[in-house]
Design a binder for this molecule. Structure first.
Ligand code: BGC
Length: 511
């Protein structure tokens, strides 16, 4: 950071230049990585509830659903099958492992290289899935999609946070989450259409169309410039400065550029980003990059995202009604994400986190009570009246909305902006891998958990939301409007971390 002197105010310093069309377009293209991720999240639930898909790949599940067996009467256990859930969740295991390779690639070869590679592997996976003739092709395809997601999710949020001017970083970064939600909605709509194809190959369209966001992302990333921070990290001063001037729309970028140079010099002294990241000096960042993704998944959101069609079927909505409900929650997800785009740099991260948390808790308690009342603790095949199921759909939507303007976008934004350059790639890889691990766990075990914990499952997630809301209140600093290479100051001004992080950790900047 430039010079010594006083510590900047928590709102951070203002540099010359602003947001340019160039930066907005670059961010829009990069955010396409979110489309791939979202499409995956949304597509598997619908596909695994299509009879033609089950008959071809998982005939025993098909039989279980349609025949007379022990589970038939238990509404909570209707869909519990590990091979089937492995189809959904294998992707996230692959993404978890890939994110570590992505971390090295992103640091050594730039953000753009990771994006390009991720897009290509994802594309190959989509083709394999669309053409699948056996379970092996399905799972290998899913694993390749996972590698693509691991690379994209590791590089895109960092790319966005580095390209954006500080006062718009939240909004531009949330372009990623916006794309995720659009991907989920598109997948829901496509499933709704393809499930109607009588000859039974609709699932091929659903899976194969994942190629569309992959092509957008891959071709887009061929043309994307790399971030000034990354160009500098790889030693090209001249080019980095030119890029900064271009994205800020002014030649007067000296102050910001000097901060990038200082951050990059500090980063060069760090030979082992992983060893450093786990050292005491970076404890707050390590904790944030580990707990935020863990908590994001423990909100239980993916129960809705993956299994909405299955869940709604379980809850007694008819076949069509259940896919329609998934579409409705998909729309709520997209619209509510816009709320955070507009407010994240004004209200700040914490206000959204806290409000969203409280709203989610209320909804989870109500939904648990309603399911408990309808199906009891034995899951007797009870029926829900139309008015009760509509009311429940309302609360599920309110829960999705709360997530969509809080933990959804902020789960990607905050970890990507709190780490200094030297540990940014490592921090983001940690964020992605923890996120993917718990996405996998929920994807793999939700249906069993529902079978065993019954309506209490919703209280289980609600309990976690209480804990995470307290965590945010006490441990997460406000980062709105703070320049990314100026972020170290927030720890010094934070009630808890100022006492636990040594001062040499906190660089200062001129007034
Ligand atoms: C989460 C996903 C989730 C999605 C829902 C993302 O931020 O990482 O796990 O499915 O939001 O919109």
């Amino acid at each position: 950071m430039a010079g010594g002197g006083s510590v900047a105010r928590s709102e951070g310093r203002k540099y010359e230049g602003g947001v340019t069309a160039f930066v907005v377009i670059a961010c829009l293209v990069a955010a396409m990585g979110g489309l791939m991720f979202g499409y995956d999240i949304g597509i598997s639930g619908g596909v695994t509830s299509m009879d033609s898909f089950l008959k071809q790949f998982f005939p025993h599940v098909y039989k279980k659903q349609h025949g007379n067996d022990d589970h038939k009467e238990n509404m909570y256990c209707k869909f519990d099958d590990h091979l089937l859930t492995l189809f959904t969740s294998s992707l996230y295991l692959a993404a978890l492992i890939a994110s570590f390779f992505a971390s090295a690639t992103t640091r050594r070869y730039g953000r753009k290289a990771s994006m390009l590679f991720g897009g290509l592997v994802f594309l190959a996976g989509a083709v394999l899935n669309g053409a699948a003739v056996n379970v092996a092709m399905l799972i290998i395809g899913r694993l390749m999609l996972g590698v693509g997601v691991g690379f994209a999710n590791q590089s895109v949020p960092v790319y966005l946070s580095e390209m954006a001017p500080a006062n718009l970083r939240g909004a531009l970064n949330i372009g990623f989450q916006m794309a995720i939600t659009i991907g989920i909605l598109a997948a829901n709509l496509i499933n709704y259409g393809t499930s109607k194809i009588k000859s039974g190959w609709g699932w091929r369209i659903s899976l194969g169309l994942a190629a569309a966001p992959a092509i957008l992302f891959t071709v887009g990333s061929l043309f994307l410039p790399d971030t000034p921070n990354s160009i500098l990290e790889r030693g090209n001063h001249e080019k980095a400065k030119k890029m900064l001037q271009r994205i800020r729309g002014t030649s007067n970028v000296d102050e910001e550029f000097q901060d990038l140079v200082d951050a990059s010099t500090a980063a060069k002294q760090v030979e082992h980003p992983w060893k450093n990241f786990t050292g005491r000096k970076y404890r707050p960042q390590l904790i944030i990059c580990t707990f935020i993704p863990f908590f994001q998944q423990l909100t239980g959101i993916n129960v809705i995202m993956f299994y909405a069609p299955v869940l709604f079927k379980t809850l007694g909505f008819g076949d069509d009604a259940s896919l329609m409900s998934a579409v409705i929650t998909g729309v709520v997800n997209v619209v509510a994400t816009m709320v955070s785009v507009y407010s994240v740099d004004k209200l700040g991260r914490k206000a959204l986190f806290l409000e969203g948390g409280v709203q989610m808790i209320i909804c989870q308690v109500v939904v648990a009570a309603m399911i408990g009342r309808a199906f009891g603790s034995e899951g007797e095949a009870g029926d829900m009246s139309k008015s009760v199921s509509s009311l429940m759909l309302f609360f599920i939507c309110a829960y999705v909305a709360a997530f969509a303007w809080s933990w959804g976008p902020l789960g990607w934004l905050v970890p990507s902006e709190v780490c200094p350059l030297e540990i940014r790639s490592a921090g983001q890889a940690t964020n992605v891998s923890v996120n993917m691990f718990f996405t996998f766990v929920i994807g793999q075990f939700f249906l069993s958990m529902l079978c065993h914990m019954k309506f209490g499952l919703f209280l289980f997630f609600g309990g976690f939301v209480i804990i995470m809301t307290i965590f945010i209140y006490y441990f997460v600093p406000e980062t709105k409007n703070v320049p990314i290479e100026d972020m170290n100051q927030v720890w010094k001004e934070h009630g808890f971390w100022s006492k636990h992080v040594s001062n040499d950790n906190v660089t200062t900047s001129p007034p």
